[in-house]
Design a protein around this ligand. Structure first.
Ligand code: PLP
Length: 380
């Protein structure tokens, strides 16, 4: 049975990326690397729809929270964080640990942050210098209305800082047109690469904020990163294989067309949700704000996410994921971002539907059900 790898990150690697990862090392101060890195950043700018800068670090997405805070703010600065899931929660906690004066806009998990709520919160916290937003809440399968949220923040005048880790490369994201000052993402999501590269887009207002920031920093200093990036290099040794891989993946996205890539994700999201809902399973995301990169749904009553996931894995080869924090056993998350097309999503959805039907036929996860499918039916 082949594995259908449906985590909401890391995601499957396309053959072009696997080939790129196998490439030999080259001198990271030599002309070949400089050309490659310059070209990679240029493509990344196009795909982020920005004339601003794109920079990278050898890191995972979580570093983006810290990179944003230490480059754009100073200790004690008031900041508003919109929290409607576990990643917003972590963004707030990183800012708090770094000594930021964190104000929160809490929205129930599963719902989207609405511009009206954000406007009210900004009226209560007029002094905030930045608003920290999550584009796509991977923990709940909710996409926040980023364009409208960014416009609301811009009206107020604060910086728009976005965790786009599971959105960038899958969902519409127009960094310049939407007025986003700073957005970051991680290579292992819709960028179709292994974990290990942090990608940051920074615009003019982010650079102006950086000038005023008093945090001490070394590895995460975006001015230093830009100084080197302008010459096609990184301040320290770059993760060469990750740059090869990212270049290959961006080439694929550019070849397909970024809008076509967004449309493919939209179609896959629709299909996944329709199939799962048809099995009588409850989708977790608020209607109208469901993510097209990850779908979250509740297991049937009397069944834990772990039991459901075990059946998916063992009998259908589908590797999905449970929920996070207090929802760890109450949610199942199926990823459909990056290198993903209709056949594998159809198989994954059919597997979910089948597991739900098997469970409902016995009224829950009875021990009999935990027999492998072959043992019960004689088929694989
Ligand atoms: N932000 C979001 C929205 C995420 O989905 C994730 C990871 O799933 C992160 C941040 C953290 O990224 P990483 O696990 O690459 O450190």
């Amino acid at each position: 049975m082949s594995v259908n790898f449906r985590l909401p990150g890391p995601t499957p690697l396309p053959p072009q990326v696997i080939t790129a990862l196998g490439r030999e090392m080259i001198p990271h101060r030599g002309p070949a690397f400089r050309a490659l890195y310059s070209e990679t950043l240029e493509l990344a700018r196009e795909i982020h729809r920005t004339d601003g800068d794109v920079l990278t670090w050898a890191a995972t997405g979580s570093a983006g929270w810290e990179v944003a805070v230490v480059n754009l703010l100073s200790p004690g600065d008031p900041v508003l964080v919109a929290v409607n899931g576990n990643f917003g929660e972590r963004f707030a906690s990183v800012a708090d640990r770094l000594g930021i004066d964190v104000r929160r806009l809490d929205v129930p998990w599963g719902e989207a942050v609405q511009p009206g709520q954000l406007r009210l919160a900004l009226e209560q916290h007029r002094d905030v210098k930045a608003v920290l937003l999550v584009h796509n809440e991977t923990s709940t399968g909710v996409t926040n209305p980023l364009r409208d949220l960014a416009a609301t923040v811009r009206d107020h005048g604060a910086l728009v800082v976005v965790d786009a880790v599971s959105g960038a490369g899958a969902l519409p994201l127009e960094v310049d047109a939407w007025g986003i000052d700073f957005a970051f993402s991680g290579s292992q999501k819709a960028w179709m690469c292994p974990p290990g590269l942090l990608i940051v887009a920074a615009g003019a207002r982010a650079w102006a904020a950086h000038q005023k920031s008093t945090y001490p920093r070394f590895f995460w200093d975006m001015r230093e990163a830009k100084k080197w990036a302008d010459q096609g290099m990184t301040p320290t040794t770059p993760p060469l294989s990750m740059i090869y891989a990212f270049r290959a993946a961006l080439g694929m996205i550019a070849h397909e067309g970024v809008e076509q890539v967004w449309e493919r994700h939209r179609q896959l999201g629709l299909m996944t949700r329709a199939g799962i809902a048809s099995a009588g399973l409850r989708l977790f995301a608020q209607e109208g704000f469901e993510s097209n990169s990850v779908t979250a749904f509740e297991p049937p009553p009397n069944v834990t996410a772990a039991q459901f996931l075990e059946l998916l894995r063992r009998d259908y080869g589908v590797e999905a994921q449970g929920g996070q924090a207090h929802l760890s056993d109450r949610l199942i998350r199926v990823g459909h971002m990056g290198w993903v097309h209709e056949p594998e999503m159809r198989q994954a959805v059919a597997a979910v539907v089948d597991v739900a039907a098997r469970l409902s036929s016995v009224g829950g996860a009875e021990p009999d059900l935990l027999q492998p499918l072959q043992a019960r039916t004689g088929t694989a």
